[in-house]
Design a protein around this ligand. Structure first.
Ligand SMILES: Cc1ncc(COP(=O)(O)O)c(C=O)c1O
Length: 410
């Protein structure tokens, strides 16, 4: 048996899509810059599938900084990891600015959100400690948990009874620390973690709380400080995590916490200690982006207004749109088999509306989820065109829109 034998099969992760390799459903090629419209298959489509919440992907001021800084620093600077030769005053300034924005003592930069989540969990949790993790968290937290070698328990999605019963059991013969791990906005279905409930439990059972708020950072709360601030419990989050790949429309991630905790992470997170530091062009871009996010509150307002309009328009047509408190617009449609889901996506794209679909095991069997992201860039006309396309597809494919999932969290 050769180690490469498996590569000739259609097994493995996403094997079905790998074997199709159609560039339509699997790794579609979008031939233009990210924005409210993008070119797909030679046609300009309204784009609902990128996490460009605040419309900053198209921002000209940020572009100007990027161009200027690429001239100044080239794309190579700095070289090496932060530990050795890759640290700069601007990295430290960005960390200070992020800590200030997030009202935490300190912050640590990472090159990718994914690496930040893994590095933070691996640095903080050791084999004596226990992670209590929500069943529906993003893969990065599961991978961080595995790398940490801590013990772990999975609680039912956003279920405080389930979390409490795990906390009780862990505390019975507790040896190390306990870290509750959750997403802030659950990125797929758009629902929010019950942070008030989780915070009450973490205090009662003497645990710590880590929140990966990839989809809430810059988006939720009056100032964009995330889901904790939306619920008024931001100061109870022990480690707040955000990525720059979504509302910030850039790349990288940040963990924010107490000074001593951040120093520990800085020296112990393997994904950062043993990796080249974030390029200076991005550090400068992120300083500018943060300034815009702090000062331009109109963007958040526009995004919320667009989210409300899109949700209302689709509900009026009879579509089941998850009743969520984030701007994410999760549209659930019953499908007998995957083919119908693919047909809907194909027709929508032919009508100039780019959506993507998610199926089991992410959501219950027999459904497709169209996870739509309204942004500050979308116009009323975009929303109207999209609603019209959903109407046409509903009628032409004679869709049954009754999901029968009122009890389901979506
Ligand atoms: C909840 C969550 N955490 C982490 C990540 C990884 O972030 P990045 O894309 O910046 O690596 C993602 C990206 O999809 C995410 O949704």
């Amino acid at each position: 048996m050769d180690i490469f034998d498996k590569c000739n099969t259609d097994g493995g992760y996403f094997g079905y899509f790998r074997s199709r390799d159609d560039h339509f459903f699997s790794r579609p090629i979008l031939d233009s810059l990210p924005g409210r419209t993008m070119v797909f298959n030679g046609k300009e489509c309204i784009q609902w599938s990128i996490n460009n919440y605040l419309g900053l992907a198209e921002n000209e001021e940020i572009k100007a900084v990027a161009v200027e800084m690429a001239k100044k620093y080239k794309t190579s600077a700095p070289m090496g990891s932060r530990m050795m030769t890759g640290n700069t005053q601007r990295h430290i300034e960005l960390e200070k600015a992020l800590a200030d924005f997030l009202e935490k003592e300190a912050a640590i930069l990472f090159n990718y959100g994914y690496l930040g989540v893994i590095g933070t969990l691996q640095a903080l949790v050791d084999s004596n400690d226990t992670i209590l993790i929500d069943k529906l968290v993003h893969a990065s937290m599961l991978d961080g948990m595995i790398l940490s070698q801590g013990k772990f328990r999975v609680f039912r999605h956003n279920d405080m009874n389930s979390l409490e019963s795990h906390l009780k059991r862990v505390n019975r013969d507790r040896k190390g620390g306990v870290l509750i791990v959750t997403e802030g906005v659950f990125g797929m279905q758009g629902d929010l973690a019950d942070l008030p409930g989780i915070c009450a439990l973490k205090e009662k059972y003497d645990a710590r709380l880590y929140v990966d708020d990839a989809h809430g950072f810059g988006v939720m709360g009056e100032k964009g400080q995330g889901v904790g601030s939306f619920y008024g419990v931001h100061n109870k989050i022990d480690i707040y995590f955000g990525t720059f790949a979504k509302a910030f429309a850039a790349i990288g991630g940040v963990s924010a916490s107490d000074k001593k905790v951040c120093e520990w992470i800085l020296y112990n997170a393997r994904t950062q200690v043993f990796a080249k530091s974030l390029p200076l062009v991005y550090v400068e871009v992120l300083l500018k982006t943060l300034e815009i996010i702090r000062n331009d509150t109109e963007r958040r307002k526009k995004m919320w207004a667009n989210s409300k309009k899109l949700k209302a328009g689709l509900r009026d047509l009879g579509y089941h749109v998850g009743d969520v408190l984030s701007p994410i617009t999760p549209v659930y449609v019953p499908i007998g088999d995957v083919q119908l889901g693919m047909q809907i996506i194909t027709k929508m794209r032919e009508l100039g509306v780019f959506i993507t679909g998610v199926i089991y095991p992410v959501i219950p069997k027999g459904l497709v989820l169209f996870r739509m992201i309204p942004t500050a860039s979308h116009t009323d006309e975009d929303i109207q065109t999209t609603v019209n396309a959903f109407r046409k597809v509903r009628d032409e494919l004679n869709l049954n829109l009754d999901t029968g999932i009122s009890a389901f969290s979506g």
